[in-house]
Design a protein. Sequence first.
Length: 345
Amino acid sequence: MLFKQQVLLRQKLFVLGSLAIGSLLYLVARVGSLDRLQPLCPIDGRFGPRGQDEIPLRALQFKRGLLHEFRKGNATKEQIRLHNLVQQLPKAIIIGVRKGGTRALLEMLNLHPSVVKASQEIHFFDNDENYAKGTEWYRKKMPFSYPHQITIEKSPAYFITEEVPERIYKMNSSIKLLIIVREPTTRAISDYTQVLEGKERKNKTYYKFEKLAIDPNTCEVNTKYKAVRTSIYTKHLERWLKYFPIEQFHIVDGDRLITEPLPELQLVEKFLNLPPRISQYNLYFNATRGFYCLRFNIVFNKCLAGSKGRIHPEVDTSVITKLRKFFHPFNQKFYQITGRTFNWP
Ligand code: A3P
C-alpha cells in the first residue's frame, strides 16, 4: 500500500517537473524568436538628421508602457522633460475612407517603433469649431513621442469634406496622405451597417439598404445617398489633387489588409520612408474574430473592437449588380489616377 502511494507520488512529481521544464524551454524559445523577429536595435529612420534618428533601446521599451501613461495625461512635467518627449504635428494622416479599414491601418502602423498614433479621431480639419482653435490646439491633441518618431492621426471624414485639402495644405504642404479603400459596393454596405446599428441601439427603425441606394422614382442608383457618394473615390480624390501631387498619396488596399495585412503594411513603411520593422510575428489570425489581430510583444496583444467587422445584412443581388455597374467607370478613373489597380468588378 505504502509502496503504491510512493510510486504514485513519484509519477506526479515527474509529470510536474516535466511541465515546469517544458514551460521554461518554451519561454526561452519564444523570447529568442522575439529577439530575432523584433530586433530592438537602432533603426535607420529618415525623419531626422543622422545620429538623431536612432531609437535607443530604452525608448522602445518605454513606447508601450510609459508613452501610454503619458497619453492618458499621467505624466509629470519633470518626466516629460527627462525623457525629452514632445507633442508633434502629424507627418502623415490617414484621411479616409470611412469603413475602408482606417482603424486597422492606424493600429497596425502603430506596431512600428517609429510610429506613434493619435488614439482618437481629432476632426481638426473637418470641424469648423475645432479648426478655429488653431494649429497649436491640434498639436496639443497629439500624443507624446520622441523627436525621431512620427505621429499619425486618422479622421476618415477628411477625405469627403470640401474644405479639408486646403486646410491641410496650409499646415503642411509636404505631408504624406494615406487613403485606404475597399471595393466600393462592399464599403457602402459597411457604411450602411454602421448607421443601421446606431439606429437599432436607439430602438429606431431604419430603411433597407436597397431603398436608400436606389432611387424609387428612376430605379437608378441614388447618388444623393451619402454611402454611395463616399464610394465614388475618384470624385473626392480629384478635389485633393488641386492641392497635393499624386506622389504625396499612398493608396492602401483595404480588402487585402483584411486577408493579408503584412504586404500592405510593408508598402506603407516604404512610402513613409520607415525601415521595415513590422513583421509576421506582429500579426496573427484570430479564428474567433475572423480577422488578424496585433501582437506587440510576448505579453501584449489585442484585436480590434467588435464594432470592426460587423456582419453585413443581405442585399438584393440586382441592387449589388446595379451598384457595381455604376461604380465601374469611376473605379477605372481611380486606377488611372492612382496607378493602383484593384480587382473590383
Ligand atoms: P466591416 O465592419 O464592414 O467588416 P474603419 O475602421 O475605417 O471603420 O473600417 C472598418 C472595417 O475595417 C471593417 O469593416 C473591417 O472589415 C475592416 N478591418 C480590416 N482589418 C481588420 C481587422 N484586423 N480587424 C477588424 N476589422 C478589420
